[in-house]
Design a protein around this ligand. Sequence first.
Ligand code: NAD
Length: 497
Amino acid sequence: MTQHVPLLIGGEFVQSETSQWLPVTNPATQAVLAQVPCATPEEVERAVDAAKVAFESWKETPVGERARLMLRYQALLKEHHDELAELLAQETGKTFDDAKGDVWRGIEVVEHACNIASLSMGETVENVARKIDCYSITQPLGVCVGITPFNFPAMIPLWMFPMAIACGNTFVLKPSEQDPLTPMRLAELFEEAGAPAGLLQVVHGTKDVVNQLLTHKDTPAISFVGSVAVGEHIYRTGTDHMKRVQAFAGAKNHMVVMPDASKNQVVNSIAGASVGAGGQRCMAISVAVFVGQAREWIPEVRDALAKVRPGVWNDPEAGYGPLINPQARERVLDFIRQGKDAGADCVLDGSDCVVEGYPDGNWVGPTMFRNVTRDMSIYQEEIFGPVLIALEVDTIEEAIALINENPYGNGTSIFTSSGAAARKYQHEIKVGQVGINVPVPVPLPMFSFTGWRKSFYGDQHAYGKQAVKFYTETKTVTARWFEDDIVTGPNMTIQLS
Ligand code: NAD
């Protein structure tokens, strides 16, 4: 019998009463793994209510107790690491090793949330005026909401709810309807770790559920990760409803290859960073910019890509898996057609990719274009598939100008052996996450995930100190304790003395 994915409301896993169900499929076979509900408005309302009730006691819970919940959760996640990765691989199609990375990068955020006491410390200045002290404290907001994409079903939910809950909030998660099994297993383990009922709710569905959470009077903070169009809608609607919103959106990430770089490192790094996970990473390298003589390495990059073979999750030789669904595959194939029609050279074409034994999988083979101009759709838009564009320029200045003109600003990298070139690049590039000889520079949780421009809408980013700022209010206290009762008369100025 097909599994029906439950909702988590008030500590109970419950079946939705909805009549609208969507299939969750294995992208390598189209086999239906489960049916996921589109929660009814009443169920979404119950989820927010349960979170609201739980907030009243959780916000009073000592910080050490909140940290200990995260410690227990971290231990359970580690214990179930491979099991989570297997589930994740089946519903996303990721290779087992890549799926393990998805889970692990999430666990690291939970580890970071264990430090919540130090992270949420306020500031104190004694004697801001005579015998007057000033200090700040951080307090949670209430019911926070997380809306997550399909491409990291473990890591991205774990960017959000552990930090929010460690700060003293409660949470409603709306995971991607395309791979909800991994987030549900994360939620089960959170309950098993001893989370009090109502700390975390999980509701499923698509835009109606999202819009209800986004406009609800009792949800003061919204975290979103997904595509640009939806991110813009989330940011506009959420802020229009006077909420704080952080919306992480799409990307077009460039790697600059200087002629003094190590060629082998360049070739291997581009291959992994461009078609790894089928290019379905918001930090994937989709454009390689070869500077000067480095253009001579383009044929070797092409040959390295040609050797990467997609396959099923448990094939140890597979470089990456299928795309998430047939529409995603069709979309990528359409971009490849558009590139060819516009006159770009398709030096490697993965359009007709077949994987033996899996005729129904959403396969696209590694693909590479040369002679691409900036007005072409394959350069302008996020393809989100295993497609690399190779551009050629003469100087680092040209490379920097090109990238700064691109509207996205999620990640970038430069490969060089020159400290001066690397320093110039990190300083002048208008992108939020820069790798120096590191192709996919996703920051660890002691920092924050800091996309810029069209790749992020909001102020405070995910995890790290910025997440604590996002999920709390700062209260500043100015305090004086009288030692005597000398009356000096009213102070009619605004000065403290
Ligand atoms: P998506 O925007 O289609 O979906 C994201 C979430 O929004 C899902 O939960 C979905 O149910 C919901 N949603 C979809 N349409 C909606 C609508 N009209 N109104 C309200 N909610 C809606 O994104 P996706 O395809 O799941 O994920 C891929 C995208 O996410 C890519 O663009 C990728 O670059 C981006 N992404 C960005 C980051 C980052 O940190 N910047 C990280 C991962 C993924």
